[in-house]
Design a protein around this ligand. Structure first.
Ligand code: ASP
Length: 387
């Protein structure tokens, strides 16, 4: 059913008396095409996107934090089903960033901004780990941590740890073997490193999401990644961006992608609007806040996102060149494309505008606003609409 929303979800509803909050998500980008998928598969993917949107929406609707909304949206899928590196292991990466400290943690230093983790092998839900580290500046003073250190701090904070075999899925394993030109059969099912430890008892601190809903999205495309991202604006004007990935299939052991690198695969920031008295008064009359802000989550070939500092460039284009969110994101996506970097970006600004440009066959994506209607799309030329 086509959406009743004339702007296809990209702009906030005009004259709305409802508070302005919005959530945008992605489930990875790639060289996908309609011809290689069935209508049933497409419906299943869009239903999964809609569930993720509603999970985050439920947080925002109750006046919850943008930070908790993005974790709720991403936790439905992240981790399980991640791609393998060239040694047949899963090394996961996740990042969380906020434009200002969440209202629930007023003592958090404004300069802290976010936390990211890389080379994660045991944390059941890496997005919970990123959130827990962000909220524990004494234990995790650095913006980025890797592997055993990040996981040990997470475990001490109650973040659930599992045996690495938890992340194994047959579809990803076959893709890894195929990619290396190795025989897929017989499939080698993983043996837990510590028998009996497939799911340790540590309680997960993140009670705002329901792990029972965890599921695997079977890949539609030729370049599946198992990446998920979310950006939310809450009613207090805080923007949060969260991205979680297994990285690129058959990446080198130890490779770090754009997802945990601040400014490359993700960004969230607010800054004071420029201009003299007249401009500021005009902005006020148009209902604009004193601050401008943006949140970004990227997906695609992260090596290119790193080389171009893609995510923070969007903020700088808006701030220094006066570009709109739509212009800035499109320019960054075009620059990536011109260098051979395939992918997509989801982003929103402080006024609730949303942009989801991509330079490849498709990106699983969706938007939800205060009306609670999840709008989703998959392929390059799809309009966002209701399933
Ligand atoms: N950007 C991720 C990486 O390169 C992969 C993805 O977005 O699917 O690690």
């Amino acid at each position: 059913m086509p959406s009743k929303n004339a702007n296809h979800g990209l702009k906030p509803a005009k004259n709305s008396v409802e508070p302005n909050y919005v959530l945008v998500i992605h489930g990875g980008a790639g060289t996908m095409s309609r011809e290689r998928s069935t209508p049933e598969q497409r419906t299943a993917y869009r239903a999964a996107l809609s569930r993720a949107l509603k999970a985050g929406y439920n947080v925002l609707k109750q006046g919850g934090e943008a930070m908790d909304a993005v974790v709720a949206a991403v936790s439905i899928n992240s981790g399980h089903g991640a791609v393998f590196n060239n040694a047949g292991k899963n090394e996961l990466e996740t990042s969380l960033m906020v434009s200002k400290p969440p209202a629930s943690h007023p003592a958090m230093p404004t300069s802290r901004r976010g936390s990211s983790v890389t080379l994660i092998t045991r944390t059941r839900n890496p997005s919970h780990l990123a959130r827990a580290l962000y909220l524990a500046p004494e234990l995790a003073p650095h913006p980025m941590l890797s592997g055993a250190t990040a996981e040990a701090i997470g475990a001490s904070l109650g973040v659930r740890q599992v045996d690495p075999s938890y992340f194994w899925t047959e579809a990803r394993w076959r893709e890894h073997r195929r990619g290396l030109g190795l025989p897929e059969d017989p499939v080698q099912y993983p043996r837990p490193e510590s028998p009996g430890d497939t799911d340790s008892e540590t309680t997960d601190v993140a009670s705002f999401s329901d792990d029972k809903d965890n599921e695997v999205w079977e890949p539609l495309d030729l370049m599946p990644t198992g990446t998920v991202g979310a950006v939310a604006l809450d009613i207090r004007g805080c923007i949060a961006a969260l991205t979680s990935t297994g990285g690129k299939t058959n990446k080198l052991v130890g490779r770090v992608g754009d997802t945990p690198v601040m400014g490359c695969g993700f960004w969230a920031e607010e800054w004071k609007r420029d201009g003299g008295f007249v401009k500021r008064s005009w902005d006020r009359l148009r209902g604009k806040s004193k601050y401008e802000g943006v949140g970004v989550s990227g997906t695609g070939d992260g090596d290119y996102y790193i080389r171009r500092a893609a995510a923070s460039n969007i903020a700088r284009r808006m701030q220094y060149l006066g570009e709109s969110l739509a212009e800035a994101t499109q320019n960054v996506i075009d620059d990536l494309f011109n260098e051979g970097g395939m992918g997509g970006i989801i982003a929103l600004d402080k006024d609730g505008n949303v942009a989801l440009p991509l330079n490849c066959g498709g990106m699983y994506r969706g938007v939800i606003r205060p009306d609670g209607v999840p709008l989703t799309a998959i392929f390059f030329d799809d309009q966002l609409n209701e399933l």
